[in-house]
Design a binder for this molecule. Structure first.
Ligand SMILES: [Cu+2]
Length: 171
């Protein structure tokens, strides 16, 4: 019984790792695992997350993004101010040499998808064009996925979902 549990857990983890392994290289920039969460009914905005690692010797900046799935994509940042999670438009993300930016729900940067053309459902893939100041543009595929073990971090558990969504209505 116990052995079978470990075996099936191992198989599940292997399958999960394979399914999520979609990374992109643009010059010296390594872009990892773009994903978004399913939208809740009535919600016309969503957020996409990915990681950007600068493996080069010069800094670069993410200065914009666009997707046919949304009216506009903005670069936002979230931070705790007292007990409140505040979101604001950052406009750009600077990535210094050797720096890795990891976007994740609940804190730091995210790519705000404004005016979704249709709800985001688990399993969907959205094309997203990233525009970097030096490296130029590249298109990545954003996978819509439910919360999983990888993303269910302490930060996300600690974030107040209601307040975040309340902020998004402001758009
Ligand atoms: Cu936002």
């Amino acid at each position: 019984m116990r052995l079978r549990f470990f075996l099936s857990l191992g198989a599940l983890l292997a399958a999960t790792a394979t399914a999520h392994a979609h990374d992109y290289q643009l010059g010296e920039l390594h872009i990892g695992q773009p994903f978004a969460r399913p939208s809740v009914p009535g919600q016309t905005s969503g957020a996409a997350y990915l990681s950007i690692e600068n493996r080069g010797k010069t800094g670069d900046k993410l200065i914009g993004a666009a997707s046919p799935a949304a009216r506009a994509v903005e670069i936002h940042t979230m931070s705790m101010e007292g007990n409140l999670m505040k979101m604001r438009e950052a406009g750009e993300v600077a990535i210094a040499p050797s720096q890795k930016i990891v976007m994740q729900p609940g804190q730091g940067y995210h790519l705000m998808l404004l005016g979704l053309k249709q709800p985001l459902k688990a399993g969907d893939k959205l094309p997203l064009t990233l525009n970097f100041e030096k490296a130029g543009k590249t298109e990545v595929s954003v996978l819509v996925q439910d919360k999983d073990a990888r993303a269910a971090t302490m930060q996300e558990a600690g974030a107040n979902q209601g307040q975040q969504q309340g902020m998004h209505h402001g758009h």
